[in-house]
Design a protein around this ligand. Sequence first.
Ligand code: NAD
Ligand code: UDP
Length: 347
Amino acid sequence: MKSILVTGGCGFIGSHTCLSLLEKGYYLFVVDSCVNSSDQVLRKLKNLSIINFKLKYLKGDLRDISFLRRVFEEAKKCNKPISSVIHFAGLKSISESIRYPLEYWDNNVIGSINLFKIMEEFSCRTIVFSSSACIYGLTNQTFINEECEVKPTNPYGQTKVTIEKILKDLFVNSLSEWKILCLRYFNPVGAHHSGEIGEDPIGVPNNLFPYISQVAIKRRKELDVFGSDWKTIDGTGVRDYIHIMDLAEAHLAALEYLFDKKKNFLVLNIGTGIGTSVLELVKIFEKTNNCKIPYKLKMRRTGDVGSVIADNKKALAILNWSPKRNLEDICKDGWNWQKNNPYGFQK
Ligand code: NAD
Ligand code: UDP
């Protein structure tokens, strides 16, 4: 079975994807600095995949190029050369990126350049990259397809566009054959159904779903609903929420799609194509989990947009994949994780 390098494998999306890859029998090398995660998650992965736990964790930062070289050398030495990479590692907070732009350019872009250099050095040229729907910026279109203009409104989004551009340059200009898939995620939420792994934001959650979960577990008093005057069904913001395990499975499909290809560069939206407002999500969470989520209507959040929904037709047509879980599954599984782990991995 092939060996895959998963950068950022201790994070939210990375850890759930590792589980899907392990279940399929892949051998994994996980690299993470744990700047925004805990390696305790690997213990949970081990418990969940007793039979197929073929994973080597190497703690380190992508900005350390000699560390990266050692990872690829070690894989080669133990006769498990890295065939391909799923590249999750990066900082991901929009507001933080506005406050600390240099940190974001340095971490996300320099880290990625180092990774691509070492991949080239070891003739490993197959990569799935974590991009984001936030690169589309403000748009009037209800459903966003991959042809929509890319004009991010913040440094985080700019770093994602830049990395996509670097990958495109590699594809177009390298003498060797790169196989590249950039996945533009919409809103990944929920948790693995076991309740063993899930999202564990550090500090006050920026995102809606973990905030709702923390209100439900009474770590937070009430939810602030940012904006009730958008042109949406009930005035609150609409997003395309995708179950984290559907997203994990999209990575498996993306990787296996690339294995069969020659030179390739592709950008795909990964979402459900279904829009849900803040108040709709609150209601489904309450009904599914038989709980109350107190909330207050507040002013719009700076930089927010009213509605962001994926046109996911391209991904459905190209990958042998489609999202299988609905909002009830998202709320049930997300709550199961939060209930079992009120303070995440640490406590
Ligand atoms: P996360 O913070 O949980 O995971 C990212 C992981 O990368 C963390 O474990 C972090 O410690 C690690 N990391 C960061 N910089 C590193 C570096 N220089 N070297 C080594 N490790 C490093 O985030 P996530 O939600 O799992 O997101 C994964 C990827 O998907 C990110 O690139 C993010 O930008 C992108 N993305 C996330 C969302 C979302 O809503 N979660 C949406 C769109 C895109
Ligand atoms: N939101 C909210 N309260 C919160 C966090 C988010 O009302 O505490 C709203 C936000 O304004 C947006 C939606 O929930 O309309 C999704 O926000 P999130 O930050 O989760 O995703 P993003 O805006 O990055 O797509």
